[in-house]
Design a protein around this ligand. Structure first.
Ligand code: ADE
Length: 228
């Protein structure tokens, strides 16, 4: 079994790299891929850079070139749900692309013909996550994660995304990675720790809480690897 672990930013994978043994790396497609072992499982780790295009590229390379068989995404997100506070963990039940818009042709936001508006994450990985959370006494929230190529720091955009997709958290990669994994038949899991509330304070909060929240998510992902 080869497990892929993906983040968008270095801060999101750094805590995982620190726990990886037999570490080696390779440059490919203007990115660095790390190889090693966690709990005796083979892992391929990378940060894609921010956004849907870079994360799609990195996910595709992990699957097609490095032959990962499961994909775990770890990182931070903005909260769209008043019950989700900074530092809280949320796993995606399903993901969507909030900035995908051909509504001019009568299609709902987030939909293109032959695609689907929401993509569900893998049941087995979700079950493992729920067990890990229970064993460690961690509160793991579950909800819809909306993805787009925008850092949202604006109440009206936040409300729009929340209302149109019934989404609980917002970020910039998960829906893209979900699309790639679904298309290529790789089970995937997306975990985020809240870094901000996607409102006017989001930029400041993000900078303040990125490291702390990224580590919470990363530590949880490592605990999951022991159980996969
Ligand atoms: N990732 C973390 N916070 C975010 C926000 N407010 N918008 C988009 N992506 C994010």
């Amino acid at each position: 079994m080869i497990i892929g672990i993906l983040g968008a930013m270095r801060e999101e994978i750094e805590p995982i790299l620190k726990l990886t043994t037999s570490l080696s790396s390779m440059n490919y497609g203007e990115n660095i891929y790390y190889f090693g072992k966690i709990y005796n499982q083979n892992v391929v780790i990378a940060y894609s850079k921010i956004g849907k295009v870079f994360s799609s590229l990195t996910a595709s390379i992990m699957i097609e070139k490095f032959k990962i068989q499961k994909m775990l995404f770890s990182g931070v997100a903005g909260s769209l749900n008043k019950n989700l506070k900074i530092g809280d963990l949320i796993r995606a039940s399903s993901l969507c692309q909030h900035d995908l818009d051909i509504s001019a042709f009568g299609h709902p936001f987030g939909f293109v013909p032959e695609g689907s508006r929401f993509i569900d994450s893998d049941n087995l990985l979700n079950q493992i996550a729920d067990e890990v959370a229970k064993n460690l006494n961690i509160n793991l929230n579950i909800g819809i994660i909306a993805t787009g190529d925008q850092f949202v720091a604006d109440k009206s955009r936040k409300e729009w995304v929340k209302n149109n997709f019934n989404a609980d958290a917002i970020e910039m990669e998960g829906g893209a990675v979900a699309t790639i994994c679904k298309s290529l038949g790789v089970p995937f899991f997306v975990l985020r720790a809240i870094s901000d509330s996607a409102d006017e304070e989001a930029g400041i909060d993000f900078d303040s809480f990125l490291n702390e929240s990224a580590k919470k998510s990363a530590d949880f992902i490592v605990s999951m690897i022991e159980k996969i």
